[in-house]
Ligand binder design. Structure first.
Ligand code: BGC
Length: 414
């Protein structure tokens, strides 16, 4: 009798456990809409549905994610946050302070994230000691991309100094080629500016300026030299640049209309999606100077109701940091895995260069967060810098005036 009763109780328990099994679902807000980006996000969608999840896509077009972040604000303000959001850098902690993020520590602990993520990157994923975001990749920002045939035909090597870059650009211009493919959007101006700044200020100067907001560095002669170089580069851009999307600028390099682009390695994702081969069709090199500017994409989970959504968040977080996703996604995206235990043998030479430089920069103290891609500063400060950078780029503002405005903008934003 006792046995029969126990089995009956077990059966009921099993049944109700079965009934309670949640069906993971997620509405995912992201800005991965270009060719290479869409291919990459499809990898995540597939893994999610292969593991029983139902994905609702919420793509918000716009490189750099400014439009996606406006869409996020509107959704959170209306009390209807998406389940998972592409979010990074200090913006993660800013949203945590609003009290709207979910704690994903149970997944992070079960999956041993602390053992497989570099501690500098793990730090960005934590909010007051708990895990509040799942990292996807490491993008490097300070790259120059080039059309290999165009350089060869004009007898030009990848530049090792900004003077070499300027000389190559003048030669190309004289030959009727657009030296620098660029899109006139504030975040793209900021991307070029910070790459030049890393080269000219050096890693310590970059940290003082864009992490510590040190006024002496922001107004120094070296910072003036950064604006001088950007002014020269403005002259290497074609007249149709205003408003151009970054991937259209990459396409100009691909088809030989332009020679160079300064852009993070999501540009490599575009070259690869178009079937181009590094070292043959296109070349990659870090910009002149020392250091490594990292930009780590990550997803934060918003505090939403419902067991299905919570199960979706857990599944998504687990898959994102899982080794299989880390490999396949990053092969498409142009970035490198954030996990330190993913073999890189299927990755190309640009990815190997990135991984080597990241390790060396980590040791020499030259591994730095990108300000232009929201890794170094809170939104108000990064925005204040970008306003000055973009108004300098789009006017005849002198470098003296630019550094004055930079210091004033930072002072007002604090
Ligand atoms: C993101 C990349 C994205 C790029 C262009 C960057 O800020 O980190 O993932 O591909 O913007 O949209």
């Amino acid at each position: 009798m006792k046995n029969t009763l126990t089995s009956a109780v077990c059966a009921v328990a099993l049944l109700s456990a079965g009934a309670a099994i949640a069906e993971p679902k997620a509405e995912v807000l992201h800005w991965w809409t270009s060719g290479g980006e869409a291919k990459s996000v499809a990898v995540l969608q597939k893994e999610f549905s292969d593991n029983g999840g139902t994905w609702t896509d919420m793509p918000v077009a716009g490189g750099g994610g400014d439009s996606a972040m406006s869409a996020l604000r509107a959704r959170v303000l209306s009390g209807n946050a998406p389940t998972a959001v592409q979010l990074k850098g200090p913006a993660i902690q800013e949203w945590h302070e609003e009290g709207v993020l979910a704690d994903i520590s149970s997944v992070a602990e079960a999956e041993g994230w602390a053992e497989v993520l570099p501690s500098s990157i793990a730090g960005h994923m934590k909010c007051e000691g708990t895990w509040c975001a799942a990292p996807v990749n490491v993008h490097r920002v300070d790259w120059i991309w080039a059309n290999a045939d165009v350089l060869e035909a004009n007898d030009i090597q990848m530049p090792n100094t900004w003077d070499e870059f300027n000389a190559a650009a003048e030669k190309l211009q004289a030959a009727g080629i657009i030296p620098l493919a660029h899109g006139g959007q504030a975040w793209q101006d900021a991307t070029v500016f910070e790459a030049v700044a890393l080269g000219i200020l050096g890693p310590d100067g970059f940290r003082k300026a864009f992490v510590e907001l040190d006024e002496d560095t922001l107004t120094s002669d070296k910072m003036k030299a950064v604006f001088d170089q950007v002014r020269i580069m403005r002259g290497f851009v074609d007249p149709n640049f205003p408003g151009r999307d970054w991937n259209l600028a990459t396409a100009m390099v691909m088809n030989g209309e332009a020679a160079f682009q300064i852009m993070g390695d999501w540009a490599k994702g575009e070259f690869l999606a178009a079937g181009k081969t590094p070292g043959e069709d296109f070349l990659c090199a870090s910009v002149p100077g020392e250091g490594f500017l990292y930009n780590v994409d990550s997803f934060a989970m918003f505090d939403v109701d419902g067991e299905d959504s919570k199960a979706g968040q857990e599944l998504l977080a687990k898959l994102i940091v899982g080794p299989s996703f880390q490999k396949v996604f990053n092969l498409n995206k142009g970035s490198i895995p954030v996990r330190t235990d993913v073999p890189l043998d299927e990755f190309d030479s640009c990815a190997h260069l990135s991984a080597q430089d990241m390790a060396a920069s980590g040791e020499s103290g030259a591994l730095l967060p990108s300000y232009a891609h929201g890794m170094a500063l809170r939104g108000a400060q990064a925005g204040a810098i970008t306003d000055v950078v973009t108004s300098h780029f789009n006017s005849d503002m002198s470098s003296d005036e630019a550094v004055k405005q930079l210091a004033a903008a930072i002072a007002n934003s604090l």
